[in-house]
Design a binder for this molecule. Structure first.
Ligand code: DGL
Length: 265
């Protein structure tokens, strides 16, 4: 039994979609979440910068005595997972490998679409090709989706038109599965689903990430056991109106985030 919290981070609100699945799979675990709302988006930044930010965040999470860290951001997972694992002596999980495994399970016609930031897309392409060279991968970076979600514009006409613009070409390729390779995108699930149609399965890596973390914690006797009321704390690097709203939308509960100076870590 290990009461220490799990640390989870993202460039902003997107990682809340992973928190949701962690809460479902591990309802008794305490959680510390950090959303880097002052420096979002990460997708337009270099590997060096994303890794520097990610290290600061892990240092912050360690001050909260976390027992494991989940990088609930595909961009930080693809750029920084390896270096974070080399730097910190704590279990660290990314979301890309679970996403690849889920895509392999999902596709029947072996035509898979990937949407995410540019670095994420490259990571998925490489791993999918390694796993099954007969899979055809059609990738499309969709950077504007992140800004739409951070703005809380997940259902309006701008979101709809943006989705049509980005996704039409993937639909025309005949994909049967579309990987939501950015943790912000499940917050646009309805809009994306309506755009691509119900015959294309939307693959959200969050659920398999939660399953992977659960097995690891169980195997290493790190689970929080019992019926305790779990504690969940949310931190951000800049005050935004949308964070609490997105918490309510993603987690169906109101949380008041605390703003911290992440540059000092
Ligand atoms: N949620 C991040 C991801 O999964 C968003 C990317 C960004 O900040 O640009 O990649």
């Amino acid at each position: 039994m290990d009461k220490r919290p799990i640390g989870i981070f993202d460039s902003g609100v997107g990682g809340l979609t992973v928190v949701k699945q962690i809460i479902k799979a591990l309802p008794h675990e305490n959680i510390i979440y950090f959303g880097d709302t002052a420096r979002v988006p990460y997708g337009t930044k270099s590997k060096k910068t994303v890794t520097k930010f990610s290290k600061q965040i892990v240092r912050f999470l360690l001050t909260k005595n976390v027992k494991a860290v989940i990088i609930a951001c595909n961009t930080a997972s693809s750029n920084s997972l390896q270096e974070l694992r080399q730097t910190f002596d704590i279990p660290i999980f990314g979301v890309i490998v679970p996403g690849v495994e889920e895509a392999l399970r999902s596709t029947k016609n072996k035509k898979v679409g990937i949407i995410g930031t540019s670095s994420t897309i490259r990571a998925y392409e490489t791993l999918l090709a390694e796993a099954d060279s007969s899979i055809e991968v059609y990738a499309k970076p969709c950077p504007l989706f992140v800004s739409l979600v951070e703005e809380g514009w997940t259902e309006n006409i701008v979101a709809k038109l943006t989705a049509q613009n980005y996704l039409q070409e993937l639909v025309e390729k005949g994909i049967d599965s579309l990987v939501l390779g950015c943790t912000h995108y499940p917050l646009l699930k309805r809009c994306i689903g309506e755009t691509v149609g119900s015959s294309i399965k939307l693959v959200d890596p969050a659920k398999s990430t939660a399953t992977m973390v659960k097995s690891f914690l169980a195997e290493h006797k790190l689970l929080q056991q019992g019926e305790n009321i779990s504690e969940r704390y949310f931190y951000i690097s800049d005050d935004t109106d949308t964070f609490s709203n997105m918490c309510k939308k993603a987690l169906k509960k109101e949380y008041i985030p605390e703003v911290i100076d992440i540059e000092s870590y």
